[in-house]
Design a protein around this ligand. Structure first.
Ligand code: DHE
Length: 465
């Protein structure tokens, strides 16, 4: 993800707070240039990382040790937060009532995407950009197991029954299904079309009412649906052919190969940023050039286009009820706007101007406000508060002048909002969600996303899933 010039600088100057030293004294500019060229030379062949390698990478951290089936603390286990600290690759488990940390544990390198909780909130699964999936026990505050499911991974999804995990990979081009109990691999599905063209996976999602995983592909104009439940609605409703990927993958499955059949939905454009309505009847997708469309998931038909500009970040979109109907609001990674769309007519009803492009947007059903950060540009220390009834920005906070403020998540009851100061010398700030006054500030190392057990496992409309 590093640009060439930035790689050159890192080799010359090293990288603060890591073990990467500066080579500027010992290597000439030409030598550094040659190294940079080498690093950026595309590989002749895609690296392999098959089921065998995945299975062999698995590490159990608890062995036969008995783990308690009750939380080891008095805090409400459904109001805990996991806060990912990207600065030094750790995660903090935070009590969402007293805002005190219960544990801080190392994560794999560069966690990306939301960690996913088991339905009872006992376990959480984190995915790192370098392919590792870590299972952590929120009751016993213990790392349970690790497995490397890919080489360059996007994110992980969990089935709503807590039985399966699906990992989406850039490298190799595939999705991997794991048994959530012990993170052993069950099936690997190469992401190829009928003509053998393969694709990176942008992300994988769970559609609980459908009993299926949804796979977003970056290089194919297709979206895939993979049912995991025997009674999955995707199966009886869809009457088209089920693709047998075993035929072209040559992969031997460890279990019943037909357990995870594959349904391809062909699109007329590439879509890689996704959102779903609350009952998972529609998929709302955007291509990188900002073109949006609405796909009816059961029929696979495009039912509407969306008026969007720049690069909408639908993945951070949220919904709420406005004048008796559901609206969807999405920030934009290229433009300083928040677009609000009526989910019945699919028309844009309001475009709010912000101080710069935003990454994350959040609310809670019990809060009248939605929060959106200004992640890029000179105003990136600002965060806007939107009144959900007025569809207007009513306040702009600057919690730490000069430092990026990002990513908000609410407590279980929506009474408090937690915000990140995205800096090595950063903080997690707790706000009263009604008065918008600061309640507490905890120092943290580049805190990134934070994830409330209740909001995530109950599919709260104001947060991502
Ligand atoms: Fe993310 C979630 C894609 C860059 C931090 N990001 C997601 C999801 C997708 C996505 C599809 C939803 C999956 C999920 O939660 O399981 N992100 C992308 C990109 O395509 C993009 C723009 C470029 C890339 O190289 O991947 C990108 N993301 C970033 C960052 O630069 C961020 C700010 C820092 C980082 O970690 O690299 C970042 N992304 C996050 C976070 C979430 C996320 C914290 C989870 C948000 C949540 O609350 O659920």
């Amino acid at each position: 993800r590093l640009r060439r010039e930035a790689a050159h600088t890192v080799i010359r100057e090293g990288r603060a707070a890591t073990q990467m030293p500066a080579f500027g004294e010992s290597l000439s500019t030409a030598e550094i240039e040659a190294l940079t060229d080498y690093i950026y030379t595309p590989l002749a062949q895609l690296p392999e990382w098959g089921l065998e390698a995945i299975r062999a990478s698995r590490i159990s951290h608890v062995g036969d040790a008995a783990l308690a089936n009750e939380p080891r603390y008095d805090a409400d286990p459904l109001n805990l937060f996991l806060v990912v600290e990207l600065g030094d690759h750790h995660a903090t488990v935070l009590d969402g009532d007293s805002f005190t940390p219960l544990d801080r544990f190392p994560t794999p390198f560069a966690v990306h995407g939301g960690p996913k909780y088991s339905p009872d909130g006992r376990f959480v699964y984190l995915a790192s950009r370098d392919g590792w999936i870590r299972k952590y026990d929120m009751y016993n505050l213990k790392i349970v197991a690790d497995v490397r499911a890919g080489i360059n991974t996007r994110n992980v999804a969990i089935s709503d029954d807590g039985r399966y995990l699906m990992v989406g990979n850039y490298l190799p081009h595939n999705v991997v299904i794991l048994d959530a109990r012990d993170v052993t691999p069950l099936q690997l599905i190469p992401t190829r079309n009928d003509h053998g063209t393969s694709s990176r996976v942008s992300a994988v999602y769970t559609a609980p009412p459908r009993g299926s995983f949804i796979v977003a592909l970056k290089d194919l104009a297709e979206v895939w649906e993979i049912p995991y439940r025997k009674d999955a609605t995707a199966l009886p409703v869809y009457r088209g052919p089920m693709h047998d990927y075993r035929a072209d993958s040559g992969e031997e499955s460890l279990q019943d190969t037909r357990r995870f059949p594959l349904r391809r939905i062909k699109l007329d454009d590439y879509l890689d940023d996704f959102f779903f309505d609350r009952d998972y009847r529609h998929l709302i997708g955007a291509s990188r050039n900002g073109k949006g469309q609405v796909i009816h998931l059961t029929t696979g038909q495009r039912i509407a286009g969306l008026e969007l500009n720049g690069m909408p970040h639908l993945g951070s979109g949220i919904t709420w009820e406005y004048q008796g109907r559901q609206v969807l609001a999405t920030p934009n990674l290229k433009e300083g706007t928040v677009t609000i769309i009526d989910m019945q007519s699919w028309q844009t009803i309001k475009t709010l101007k912000t101080l710069g492009p935003g990454f994350f947007m959040r609310s809670h059903d019990n809060s009248r406000y939605a929060w959106v950060d200004v992640f890029f540009g000179k105003e990136r220390d600002a965060v806007h508060i939107i009144d959900k009834d007025k569809l207007a920005i009513v306040k702009t906070l600057r919690p730490a002048p000069g430092k990026t403020s990002a990513h908000v998540e609410f407590t279980r009851d929506g009474s408090h909002a937690l915000l990140s100061i995205w800096d090595m010398d950063g903080a997690l700030i707790v706000y009263d969600a009604n008065t918008l006054q600061e309640v507490k500030r905890l120092p943290m190392k580049k805190p990134s996303g934070k994830y409330n057990v209740w909001n995530k496992t109950r599919y709260e409309g104001g947060t991502s899933h």
